[in-house]
Design a protein around this ligand. Structure first.
Ligand code: G
Ligand code: G
Ligand code: MN
Ligand code: NA
Length: 254
C-alpha cells in the first residue's frame, strides 16, 4: 500500500520517473537502428526502485494506466527530440497487458502520438504473449488497427508466456524478441541453441524480424549473427542509459 501511494504521489510530482534507452543493433553491421525505452523511478527517500518491483504493483492497482500513458508520451517526446538531432531510430515501448485490455487503447495511443507530432512508423510496441492470449478477437482487432496506423508490433519475452504458437496464425506481428533466458548461455547450452535456431527459422519463414535480448558476450553476439538473427540488444553493447548518455553513445559510434 505504501508503494501504491508513492506511485500515485510520483505521478503527481511528475519528476520522479525517467526513461532510459537501450540500443538495439543490427547483428551484421552493429549499427544502432533503435532503442528500447525502459522506465526508472527515483524515489525521493528510497532512491532508485526497479521496474521489476513497481510495475507489478502498478498493474495490480490500475496505476499502470496513467503511468503507461506517461511512458508513451515521454518516449514520443524523446523520439521527437531525436528527429531534431537528425537521428532516425525506432523507439520500442513496453506495453503491459492491462494497457492492452483497455477498450480505447488504440485511441489513447493515437492521440498521444498525434499530439507529440511523431510518426507511428518510428514506434514499436512490445507486447507479451500473455497479453495476446486474453480476449483474442479484441486483441487481433487492436493489433490490426495499430499496424494500420503505422506502428510496428513486437512479441516481447518470446517463448516464455503461457501460450501456444497458434497465436502467430491470428496475429500479424513485425518482430519476435527472444527472451534473454535463451540467450544468456549461448553458445554453450544445447537446449538454448536449439530453441534459438527454431525461433530464428520461425521468424524467417513468417517474414518477420528477430531480436535477441540479453546479449552479454562477444561469443553470443557472433553466434547470433552467424545464425541469422536480425538484431541484438544487451549489456555487451550497452545497458539502458539516460537520453543524454544515449546521444554521446551514438556520437561515439559515428
Ligand atoms: O529495465 P529492467 O530490466 O529493470 O526492467 C525490469 C522489468 O520491467 C522488465 O520485465 C521490463 O519489461 C519491465 N519494464 C521496464 N520498463 C517498462 C515500461 O516502460 N513499461 C512496462 N510495462 N514494463 C517495463
Ligand atoms: O521484459 P523486457 O524484455 O522488456 O525487459 C528488459 C530488461 O532486461 C530490462 O530491465 C533491461 O535492463 C534488462 N536487460 C537488458 N539487457 C540485458 C542483459 O544483457 N543482461 C541482463 N541480465 N539484463 C538485461
Ligand atoms: Mn521489452
Ligand atoms: Na524481453
Amino acid at each position: 500500500v505504501q508503494i501504491e501511494n508513492d506511485i500515485r504521489q510520483a505521478l503527481k510530482a511528475g519528476n520522479q520517473f525517467a526513461l532510459h534507452y537501450q540500443p538495439v543493433k543490427r547483428a551484421d553491421t552493429k549499427e544502432t537502428i533503435g532503442v528500447e525505452a525502459l522506465v526508472r523511478w527515483f524515489h525521493p527517500k528510497k532512491g532508485l526502485i526497479s521496474p521489476a518491483e513497481f510495475i507489478p504493483v502498478a498493474e495490480r492497482t490500475g496505476l499502470i494506466i496513467p503511468l503507461g500513458e506517461w511512458i508513451v508520451r515521454k518516449a514520443c517526446q524523446d523520439l521527437y527530440a531525436m528527429r531534431l538531432e537528425g537521428l532516425t531510430l525506432t523507439v520500442a515501448i513496453n506495453i503491459s497487458t492491462e494497457q492492452m485490455k483497455q477498450p480505447d487503447f488504440v485511441d489513447i495511443i493515437r492521440t498521444i502520438v498525434r499530439t507529440e507530432g511523431v510518426d507511428p512508423s518510428n514506434i514499436q510496441l512490445e507486447i507479451t504473449e500473455n497479453a495476446l492470449m486474453e480476449n483474442t478477437a479484441e486483441s487481433v482487432a487492436k493489433i490490426d488497427m495499430l499496424r494500420a496506423l503505422g506502428f510496428t508490433i513486437a512479441i516481447d519475452d518470446f517463448g516464455t508466456g503461457y501460450s501456444s504458437l497458434s497465436y502467430l496464425k491470428h496475429f500479424k506481428v513485425d518482430s519476435l524478441k527472444i527472451d534473454q533466458s535463451f540467450i544468456r548461455d549461448l553458445p554453450r547450452e544445447n537446449a538454448d541453441k536449439a530453441i534459438v535456431a527454431a525461433t530464428l527459422q520461425l521468424g524467417e519463414k513468417l517474414g518477420i524480424t528477430t531480436v535477441a535480448e540479453g546479449v552479454e558476450t562477444e561469443a553470443s553476439s557472433q553466434y547470433l549473427k552467424e545464425s541469422g538473427c536480425s538484431y541484438l540488444q544487451g549489456y555487451h553493447f550497452s545497458k539502458p542509459i539516460p537520453y543524454q548518455e544515449l546521444m554521446m553513445y551514438l556520437d561515439r559510434e559515428k
